[in-house]
Ligand binder design. Structure first.
Ligand code: FES
Length: 198
């Protein structure tokens, strides 16, 4: 009888110990999962542009937001953020319009998608999706670069917006533009993926 009680106690103790081990392991998994969630930023939902050929570029910011971009107001080394007219509510549509010298463009820039020194790229950083900025080189305007200040990715607008610094994994996609009169219009879709690619 005494032996039977001791056996039952032994079994109960083993069950208890096993239960504690399972609970500890589950807790460890939950902690690890939480940690990984912090280290690995969530993959952003895809950015889907609704820009169509023939859409007109309008200023995205400033006092003139929503009005037509004036090509004549831009000199070499200038840059504006723009949207297609009437489609400003879709963040995937924001682009940079940059003016350089025509002779500045080298591969992989698609020169046939540029016009009179104007080139346009997505303005959404391919790292984690911040809107990029422009760093004007005042002494050498055509050496100006696009930079994302979130984590300092730098893109070269004369070379197809290729990444020349920082964590962005791929270039900013180019999009075709054409100057007509003093206005600017889109002539193609994006040449590659837009938005965060990590
Ligand atoms: S979001 Fe642009 S560098 Fe990170």
């Amino acid at each position: 009888m005494v032996e039977s009680n001791q056996t039952e106690k032994g079994i109960t103790r083993r069950k208890f110990t096993f239960g504690v081990m399972i609970a500890s392991m589950a807790g460890a998994f939950v902690s690890l999962f939480s940690l990984l969630k912090v280290i690995t930023p969530p993959k952003k939902a895809g950015y889907v542009s609704t820009i169509k050929i023939g859409d007109q570029l309008v200023y995205a910011k400033g006092a003139n937001a929503g009005s037509a971009v004036k090509a004549s107001s831009m000199n070499v080394g200038d840059w504006v953020l723009a949207y297609p007219k009437g489609k400003t509510s879709n963040p995937a549509n924001i682009v940079q319009l940059i003016k350089l010298k025509e002779s500045d463009f080298v591969a992989p820039t698609k020169v046939n998608l540029t016009d009179q020194g104007f080139v346009s790229y997505s303005a959404i950083c391919t790292h984690l999706g911040c809107t990029v900025s422009w760093v004007k080189n005042t002494s050498n305007p055509d050496a100006s670069v696009t930079e994302c200040f979130c984590h300092n990715s730098i893109f070269d607008p004369s070379k197809g917006a290729k990444v020349i610094g920082g964590p962005a994994p791929i270039p900013l996609a180019q999009i075709g533009i054409k100057v007509q009169g003093d206005s600017v219009f889109f002539t193609s879709g994006f040449t590659g993926p837009i938005g965060p690619q990590v």
